[in-house]
Every structure is written in C-alpha cells, then in structure tokens.
Design a protein around this ligand. Structure first.
Ligand code: GLU
Length: 435
C-alpha cells in the first residue's frame, strides 16, 4: 500500500525529517511543513511567508472576581494567514495554553480550511485560565473583556472565532453580545458555534465528531474493513470524542475503550455510548465510577489491540515512547496535534493508516463555514442539508488526500500538508506581495 512506503527516504531528497518528540507544537507543525515544502520544492520566500504567523495579539485581561479582587489573565489571538479569506479558528480556555501552542493551532486552521475547501484563513485564540474553578459570572466577565480587548481584530470579514477546548455556545453568545453592543450593529456572522437561537447552525455541535466518523469510515473502506467487525478506542470524552464514539457505534463499530481526564475505561463487549454520555452529564462531566467498565491507564488505552484509535483529547499523546506499541490499524485524529513527528515516522513504518488532525477534525470548521454562510444569507438550513453537505465535503477531502498520498508515495499527513500548502501558495502567487 502506498502509504506504507517510507516517505523519509523516498520523497525527501535532501535531508531526512527530524526525528523528535517536540514539546513545542509550533515546531511540530514546522517539522511536517518542511517535508511537504521539499516535495513541493517550495520557493524559500514562500516558505518563510507561509510558516510565519501574520499577527500575534497578546492581551492582559482584568477581571473582577466574585470576591471583589481584580485578577489579571493573559489572552492570545494569533492570526496565522488570511490569503484564502477571513481568518477562522476557535478560542480555548486552559491553564496551560501558551502562545507557542496557539501559533501551531492557528497554522493548523489555515491548512485545515484549505484541505476541506472552505474560503477561510487560519487563526486561534486562547486564555490562560482554569474554567473549572471559575463561576459563570467570572467566566462571562473574562469572555467579554477578552472580546472587548480584541474588538478591532474580530469581524465577519476579518477574523471569526468559534469554540475550542473548554469553550462552548454560551461563551460564543457573550462574545457576540459584547461585539454587537460595541459596534452598534447586530452581525451574527462574527462568531460561529453560537446557540441556534442566536443564528447558530444545526449540526455544529456534532460536526467535528461527525467528520471524524466520516473519515474513519472512508479509511476503513480503503483497507477493506467493515465497521461491524471493528473495535474502537477513543481517548477523550469531550465534544469531539463522545460524538465520534456515538456516531461510530451507530454505524456498527464496537467502542471498547474510552477515557477522560480522570482515567480510561474498558469493556470488551463494547459500551452503550448513549448511556456513557448520559452518565457523564449526570456526573459533573466525568466518567469516573462508570459501573460496566474496567479501569485502564492512558498508555493501555493508546496501545490496546483495537482496529481504530481516535485520539480526541490534546496534543502530544502518541510519542516515540508509545507509538511502537500501538496496535490499531487506523488512527483518526480528533484532537489537534495528538501525534509527535517522531511518532509519525514509527507509525508509518508499522503501516498504520493515520488520518491526520488537519483532515480528520475539519468537520467543525466546515459547519462553522455553513453557519457563517447561513448568517450572511439570513436563511437557515435543515439538519439534513447540513449533514449531507458536511459528509460530502469530508468525503471529497479524504479522497483528494488519499489520491495525493498515492501520487507522492507519502502518508496521509504529508499528503494533507502538500495539498494545503500548494493551495495557499498558489493563491499567494496570484495575489502577490503587497508593497
Ligand atoms: N476549534 C475547532 C477546530 O480546531 C473549530 C474552529 C472553527 O470552527 O472555527 O477546528
């Protein structure tokens, strides 16, 4: 099979790809970019342009806490690239988010949008905070002040935020309200992932998980696997992991393992995923104590003897330390950056078919695009239309990447970067450098 060929000898004619588990997601992005740039023989000036973020905003956010104290938070918005359209990307709230991570996530948004053929550039935002220890009032004040500080950055034709880790439709509602109050203009297309009643799209909440399902089924079809005979392990039971598990189980797959921040859970007969979701929602969003499960470690989950592994938690989970023990035939990356460049190489040599993040989790931004289109038209689609178009776009993107992987004899990740960079570079060439 073509993706089994060793890209590092075949396609990279100068030096081999770096072999490292980097702690820096932006470096991990560049390591992949380098391989694709060499295949494309990218002009060195274009190379510099396309790896450089266009703008990095760092802002201090004062919040009056419930006890009356003023606390300062640090927030980021990185605009990586706007060549194909207004920049697009979520905002994450997390205690360990940092500017390096946000730079990587912003770049991944650029490539993601290019692969699924959505007319957006890439951006990402983050606020260093622990939302689990904040009251709704504190979170609202934090969100509003972050939005107000970045008022000139955001806009439906400029930069369009969305949910990401630990942010949700309610937070998007505060963003839109703050923006609209300040601009004295109700423009619902300035943010996506909003509540439906405020101009959100049906199917947006499920979109990333649905996209993961779609690419997993496409990958299975390529390997001649049937969903009914396949077992799946899902790392992470947030929005992406839980929906991907639910939809894959609906297609006949047996979900034998899931995990959340508290631990891993295994059931060799397969979980009733609806029941897991219900349990978590009644248990403070935790699966801890779920009765019909055997507890397993994170390492055990990632190295289980399953057909499909869906890492849907966070970055740097599959590394050179555990990649040699991975037994899955397919990895569908629901999270952004779950695999290190060192692990890429090991998995490729083992013949694991890795559907990379910038393809596998692009369903979210695809339906964000649908939401933006609907808001601008003031005409809203049925769930059937949203899902049908999403499925079609994910299938087309998967097939394009698969064909490129065969053509260049490279893994799907490299093929995804090749297609995305080629597209953005072609647009850059047409637009030229403004002087
Ligand atoms: N945060 C999601 C992602 O990483 C969605 C971004 C969006 O819809 O703009 O793809």
């Amino acid at each position: 099979m073509p993706f089994k060929q060793n890209v590092y000898e075949k396609a990279v004619y100068k030096e081999p790809a770096p072999i490292r588990d980097t702690e820096h997601p932006f470096q991990a992005m560049i390591d992949r970019f380098d391989i694709a740039a060499k295949i494309l023989e990218l002009d060195p000036g274009f190379y510099e342009y396309l790896v450089s973020p266009s703008r990095i905003h760092i802002t201090s956010i004062p919040v009056v806490m419930d006890d009356g104290r003023i606390k300062m938070f640090e927030g980021y918005r990185v605009i990586h690239n706007e060549i194909l359209g207004p920049s697009k990307g979520g905002i994450r709230f997390s205690p360990d988010v940092n500017v390096n991570e946000v730079k990587a996530l912003a770049a991944w948004m650029t490539w993601k949008c290019a692969i699924v053929n959505v007319p957006f550039g890439g951006a990402k935002g983050g606020v260093v905070c622990d939302p689990s220890s904040m009251s709704p009032g504190e979170l609202e004040r934090l969100t509003r002040r972050y939005t107000a500080n970045l008022l000139d950055v955001f806009g439906p034709d400029k930069d369009i935020p969305a949910p990401d880790m630990n942010t949700n439709a309610q937070i998007m509602a505060w963003i839109i309200d703050t923006y609209c109050m300040n601009t004295r203009n109700t423009n619902t297309a300035m943010v996506t992932g909003k509540p439906i009643i405020l101009g959100g799209s049906l199917g947006r909440v499920e979109a990333t998980g649905r996209g993961v399902m779609s690419v997993t089924l496409s990958a299975m079809a390529k390997l001649g696997m049937s969903p009914q005979d396949s077992t799946v392990a899902v790392q992470g039971f947030g929005n992406v992991g839980s929906i991907a598990a639910k939809l894959l189980s609906g297609r006949g797959c047996k979900i034998v393992a899931v995990s959340d921040v508290h631990g891993g859970y295994y059931n060799e007969n397969g979980f009733d995923v609806e029941d897991l979701i219900e349990y978590a929602s009644n248990n403070n969003r935790s699966l801890a104590g779920y009765p019909e499960a055997q507890e397993i470690s994170n390492h055990e989950l990632l190295t289980l003897d399953v057909d499909v592994l869906v890492p849907a938690a966070k970055e740097d989970q599959i590394t050179s330390a555990n990649a040699p023990d991975v037994k899955a035939r397919i990895i569908a990356e629901g999270a952004n950056g779950p695999t290190t460049p060192a692990a890429d190489r090991i998995l490729d040599e083992k013949g694991v078919l890795v559907v990379p993040d910038i393809l596998a989790n692009a369903g979210g931004v695809t339906v964000s695009y649908f939401e933006w289109v609907q808001d601008r038209q003031g005409y809203f689609w049925s769930i059937e239309r949203v899902n049908k178009r999403l499925d079609r776009m994910m299938k087309t993107a998967f097939n394009n990447v698969f064909v490129a992987s065969e053509e260049y004899g490279v893994p799907l990740r490299t093929a995804s970067y090749v297609l995305a960079i080629d597209k953005v570079a072609s647009a850059l060439k047409l637009r030229g450098i403004y002087a």
